[in-house]
Design a protein around this ligand. Structure first.
Ligand code: AMP
Length: 388
């Protein structure tokens, strides 16, 4: 692998420096998350606009490392129009000893969902966004990835209303990880079974979709708890204390706490979401009206996962299935993700090796792809096929 420093250049964005391939020009910061800064850029080779995320020293601690590794491996694995796709990945450092940063190049979208939720969306847009979230989620589930942490800041959209999920949620063992970070983790969209440390199944992600839909209608966060306890209060105040049968499925200490909270009856769905909050009913699509929106919402925002709608049922609901397209709903599954990675406890140095290896693999395959294209071009230019 011959990597030359003249392939790269350095540019300052905010307090950070991006050292990137020269094909990426005109960087503009567009967002930041727990892992680092994201810039929009122009790819002068393809003349496309892209997003570049810098993972600064992703192996600096075990939590960062596991997340970075998982994200990179999963981005390579998935292939669905409602999940962000990886266009390129590289490190500017020339050896393992110097290895510091990873850059991920992705398709560029226009805004994240936090910005879109603030807008007055009509039923067409709202249901189309929900439909695409469900298609993306179903694709993840088909690879055995249950997200559990969907939130508006990790969902991006274009002005034509297309949508992509940006990340892959919690690793199976993420619950125990602790990280000192100035970055505040948003937990408002996490399902009761995650908050209460119960087992979970695929429809754990439906809860988050319900919270996002509720927020689109209300214009404010549904359950904005300062911590898990406060959040649980917000949930039961609105939706009511769950049944005794639900309580029996909790671990003893959690059950003791939950059972000793004041009891709430909750509010009927039309009091939580009165008619005035909804856009006018669609003339074109009979399914797209307030009563149907409220119906699907009432089936998603259900505390007990045994009584909550499934992803497949949600996709068939009249408010959602106006957009149903077999190829989008049941596209080819990615090969299954090896969860052993989630459960492994590596040292920082081992993570550094694993991440470095993945980046090198990607760069090598990318180089082979480019060489093949180059040979193909030369072959066709000369009018002789390059058969051996
Ligand atoms: P992340 O570091 O992945 O959590 O991303 C942080 C923020 O950067 C997101 O909330 C988006 O606002 C923005 N962002 C990330 N990736 C993209 C992208 N591919 N297109 C547009 N905006 C993005």
């Amino acid at each position: 692998m011959n990597k030359h420093s003249d392939q790269f250049y350095t540019v300052e964005v905010g307090d950070s420096k991006f050292t990137i391939l020269k094909r990426y020009q005109n960087l503009k910061p567009i967002g930041s998350g727990a892992q680092g800064i994201v810039c929009a850029a122009n790819d002068v080779l393809t003349n496309e606009n892209v997003a570049i995320k810098k993972l600064s020293r992703p192996f600096q601690n075990v939590t960062h490392a596991k997340r970075a590794y998982r994200e990179f491996v999963l981005m390579k694995l998935v292939n669905h129009k409602n999940i962000i796709g990886l266009l390129n990945a590289f490190t500017p450092q020339k050896s393992f000893d110097e290895f510091q940063d990873v850059y991920l190049v992705m398709e560029l979208m226009d805004a994240n969902l936090c910005q879109v939720i603030q807008m007055d969306l009509d039923h067409e847009r709202m249901s189309y966004l929900l439909y695409q979230m469900l298609c993306g989620i179903k694709h993840l589930h088909s690879a055995g990835i249950i997200h559990r942490d969907l939130k508006p800041s990790n969902i991006v959209v274009k002005s034509d209303c297309t949508l992509k999920i940006l990340d892959f949620g919690l690793a199976r063992t993420a619950g125990t990880s602790f990280m000192m970070t100035p970055y505040v983790v948003t937990r408002y969209y996490r399902a009761p079974e995650v908050i209460l440390g119960m087992g979970y199944k695929e429809n754990v992600d439906i809860w988050s979709v319900g919270c996002i839909m509720g927020e689109m209608i209300r214009g404010g966060v549904m359950f904005p708890g300062t911590d898990h306890i406060d959040q649980w209060n917000k949930i039961i105040e609105q939706l009511g204390t769950p049944s005794q049968e639900f309580m029996q499925r909790l671990q003893p200490t959690v059950r003791n706490y939950v059972e000793n909270r004041p009891r709430y009856a909750g509010y009927p769905i039309d009091k939580l979401f009165p008619d005035v909050l909804f856009p006018t009913d669609s003339v074109e699509h009979p399914g797209l009206k307030a009563c149907k929106a409220r119906d699907v919402l009432s089936k998603m925002l259900v505390v007990d996962p045994e009584k909550r709608i499934s992803v497949d049922e949600a996709l068939m609901h009249p408010y959602i299935n106006v957009w149903y397209d077999e190829a989008e709903v049941n596209g080819p599954s990615p090969s299954a993700y090896n969860h052993a990675v989630d459960d492994k406890d590596h040292t920082v140095e081992q993570w550094k090796e694993l991440i470095y290896k993945e980046v090198m693999d990607y760069e090598t395959v990318g180089q082979q792809r480019e060489n093949a294209m180059h040979n193909h071009k030369q072959g066709s230019q000369g009018g002789v096929s390059a058969k051996s």
